[in-house]
Ligand binder design. Sequence first.
Ligand SMILES: Cc1cc2nc3c(=O)[nH]c(=O)nc-3n(C[C@H](O)[C@H](O)[C@H](O)COP(=O)(O)OP(=O)(O)OC[C@H]3O[C@@H](n4cnc5c(N)ncnc54)[C@H](O)[C@@H]3O)c2cc1C
Length: 399
Amino acid sequence: MSHADTVIIGAGPYGLSLAVHLAAKNINHRIFGHPMQFWSKIAAAGGERYLKSFCFGTDISTPSRGFSFADYSRPRGLETFEPCSIKDFADYGLWFQQRQVDWVETVDVVRVERRNEDFAATLENGESVSASRVVIATGLAGFANIPAEVAPLAPELVQHTSTIERFADFRGHDIAVIGAGQSALEATALLHEVGARAQLIIRKPSISWMRRVSSNRNPWQRIRSPISELGTGPKAWALTKFPGAMHLVPAPLRTHFVKTHLPPEGAWWLRARVEHQVPLHCGTKLTSARSVGGRAVLRLRNTRDRTEFDLAADRVIVGTGYDVDVDRLSFLDRGLRSAVARIEKAPKLNATFESSVPGLYFIGPASAMSFGPLFRFVAGTAYTSKIVSRRLAFRTSKK
Ligand SMILES: Cc1cc2nc3c(=O)[nH]c(=O)nc-3n(C[C@H](O)[C@H](O)[C@H](O)COP(=O)(O)OP(=O)(O)OC[C@H]3O[C@@H](n4cnc5c(N)ncnc54)[C@H](O)[C@@H]3O)c2cc1C
């Protein structure tokens, strides 16, 4: 069995960024996973799709200059403010990987377990690697949240937005989309645009839309509502300028903040593609669902007058977000999973992103409960990579 000081699982923005920072500090490591797979899959599903973040909010952190998203986009004549296409972002990530992290091994990790003082990682190709430290950077994979109300439906009648491989496959079908956030709104627009008969079901009385931000704002506008990697406003600005501060906030307060900071809302560029295009059932709660003759029948309740009605569809698509849960990381040995202390279902991490299992680190969206909302986004790669690489360099030097 070969040995690496550190194994990184996942080659999305977080895994790639950490690998470059480790290499800059000469820390022996291996990184496994298909680079930018999450983003390439979104782009491959088709349609006009954009990031919600600004271009400068989605730089993959590296100690070298010349590798920001804008550095990639400018010479190619691509957007350098917003909206930036998801396809361009996926291509930027691959360009970054080829130039900065060409040692990525494109194979998945299927199992991680404790082996004496070390960890043993088994790869999809059967190889086993021992490692003193393991960093989990698998993003939102495996964390799709499916509401309990649709559980009675036959599996082929319901799917999460993250599993859509080709929107065009839904052409000519009746689709009920559930959710009020960007994923549900975007799926509704894309389904409509490929010729599906989409309807959107939203519990809230109305849809919240983000406002377009001008790249040329006067000094007063910039002071009142500063622009940052997380959007506009003083809170977003503070989260990006003091990225480690949320870790110091007592866990109950932080957890509440993480859950409520960014309520579901749609990007400004989606509005005209949804409003007046498809039937919108706002103020409508899904109460139950059943399969009838190969179709889904949803029981819906109007939250104002409490009247109920049925809606039938060929397929139900849920855009109901993600729920980080260590128990859903199927490649982690059961004993390791149960040894990871939690904040709710997410890992509880110390100030260097290490879990209660010594040597086991979590970065990316899985760290948001411990570090705050910034770490759900690519913008969190700079702080994460700096802290984790520094910590691993310190540990390696003490060995
Ligand atoms: C629809 C949507 C839109 C979003 N838009 C934005 C946005 O505009 N801006 C923003 O900052 N964030 C956005 N996000 C959040 C986004 O998920 C994160 O910012 C970002 O992808 C996190 O990077 P990551 O490296 O942690 O995870 P990912 O990008 O998901 O990468 C994880 C990698 O791990 C790999 N992997 C998974 N399991 C294994 C395994 N067992 N072995 C090896 N490799 C594995 C995957 O293949 C993948 O390449 C969006 C999320 C969604 C769902």
